[in-house]
Write a protein that binds this ligand. Structure first.
Ligand SMILES: [Zn+2]
Length: 320
C-alpha cells in the first residue's frame, strides 16, 4: 500500500525525471517564424486569396508628409500603438481564381525591397499554387514593391506562363527617356528598376487603357496621383463586388484617418488626395469590401466615414 507521503515522494521523483528528459518550453529557442500568410474568401463564384509578402519598417523623418509635421505623424503612429518615426509598410498580393483563370494582382517584392519581406512565393506554395499556373498578372503601378516579384534577384522570370497587363499611362511615363533624364533620387532608381524588370518581358506585357476590363469580371479604375498611371481594380462576381484599392490608401492609420495628408510617396500629392477621397467615398457609400496592398494582413475589410477621415474595419478571420 502506498501511503500519502510515499505518493508525494513518487510524484516528486517522477517530476524530477520529467524535468531531466523534457526541456521547459522556455528553453526551446524562440522561433522567428509566424504561421502561413494566406487568407481565402469567396466573392460570388470567385475565390480570392491574399498572399502575405512581409513588412518593411521604413524610418521616416519630418519631411515624410509634405503637409503634416513630424510631430503630427508621430501622434498618428502613437494613436495606432506604433513606435515613432518608423512606418510599417505591409505587402500583400491578391490572387483571384475566376474558375477558369488564375489572376494575380501585383507580385510582392521577391526579397528585393527589404530583408523583412519576400515571402509571397512561399505563401503561394502554401496556397497550393505553382507560379507556372498563374495565367494573368495585373500590375497597379511600377513602384518596385509591386513589380519586383516578376523576377528573381538574378533576373529569372518567376511566372513563365503569365500574360502581364500594365496600365498604358504607367508604361508611357516610366519608359520615357526624357522623364527618366529629369528624375532624381529614389524616383530615378524606380525608372532604372522598371526597365530592369520589364526589359526582356516585352512579349508577355500587354498595355490596357484606363477603365478597360482586364480579366473576366475585373475592371480597371484609374486612380492617378500616387504615380501617373496608378490603377485600382474592381472585381465583380455574381451580385458581389469588391475593390482592390492598390496604393490609393496605404497605412490606414495614417492615410485613411488623415486622407488629406500628402506623403512624398505620392508623386502628385493633390491628385492623389482627390483619388483617395473619391475611392473611399465610393466604398463607404456602397458598403464595399476592400483590399489594399499595404493594409495590415489579411489586408481586407470595410471602410467607414468618421468626422475627420475614414476608418478601416478589418475582416473577421474565418477559418473556412
Ligand atoms: Zn506600394
Amino acid at each position: 500500500m502506498i501511503t500519502p507521503s510515499r505518493r508525494a515522494l513518487l510524484t516528486g521523483s517522477a517530476l524530477a525525471v520529467a524535468a531531466t528528459v523534457l526541456p521547459s518550453r522556455a528553453m526551446v529557442p524562440a522561433s522567428k517564424m509566424q504561421g502561413p500568410g494566406v487568407y481565402r474568401y469567396n466573392l460570388g463564384t470567385y475565390q480570392l486569396t491574399t498572399l502575405f509578402d512581409g513588412v518593411w519598417y521604413l524610418p521616416i523623418d519630418d519631411t515624410f508628409v509634405r503637409n503634416a509635421s513630424g510631430a503630427q505623424v508621430n501622434q498618428a503612429l502613437a494613436a495606432a500603438f506604433l513606435p515613432p518615426s518608423i512606418l510599417p509598410i505591409s505587402f500583400t498580393a491578391l490572387m483571384v481564381n475566376t474558375g477558369t483563370k488564375l489572376v494575380l494582382i501585383d507580385t510582392g517584392t521577391a526579397g528585393q525591397v527589404a530583408d523583412t519581406a519576400g515571402s509571397m512565393l512561399d505563401n503561394l506554395k502554401v496556397a497550393g499554387v505553382d507560379p507556372k499556373a498563374i495565367d494573368t498578372i495585373l500590375i497597379s503601378h511600377f513602384h518596385p514593391d509591386h513589380i519586383d516579384g516578376l523576377k528573381t534577384k538574378d533576373g529569372a522570370k518567376v511566372f513563365p506562363n503569365a500574360e502581364i497587363l500594365v496600365p498604358e499611362s504607367e508604361w508611357t511615363f516610366w519608359m520615357d527617356d526624357t522623364n527618366m533624364g529629369s528624375a532624381q533620387g529614389a524616383v530615378k532608381r524606380y525608372f532604372l528598376n522598371a526597365r530592369r524588370i520589364f526589359k526582356d518581358l516585352a512579349k508577355e506585357v500587354r498595355q490596357f487603357k484606363p477603365g478597360a476590363e482586364v480579366a473576366p469580371g475585373i475592371e480597371s479604375i484609374p486612380a492617378y496621383g500616387h504615380t501617373p498611371g496608378h490603377t485600382a481594380f474592381a472585381i465583380h462576381s455574381g451580385n458581389q463586388s469588391m475593390l482592390a484599392m492598390s496604393d490609393t490608401v496605404r497605412n490606414p492609420y495614417l492615410f485613411a484617418r488623415h486622407p488629406d495628408w500628402q506623403p512624398t510617396f505620392d508623386m502628385d500629392g493633390p491628385q492623389a488626395v482627390t483619388a483617395r477621397h473619391q475611392m473611399l467615398d465610393r466604398v463607404v457609400a456602397d458598403r464595399m469590401l476592400v483590399e489594399a496592398y499595404h493594409f495590415p494582413f489579411p489586408a481586407c475589410g470595410h471602410m467607414v466615414k468618421t468626422p475627420t477621415g475614414y476608418e478601416l474595419v478589418p475582416v473577421e478571420w474565418q477559418p473556412l
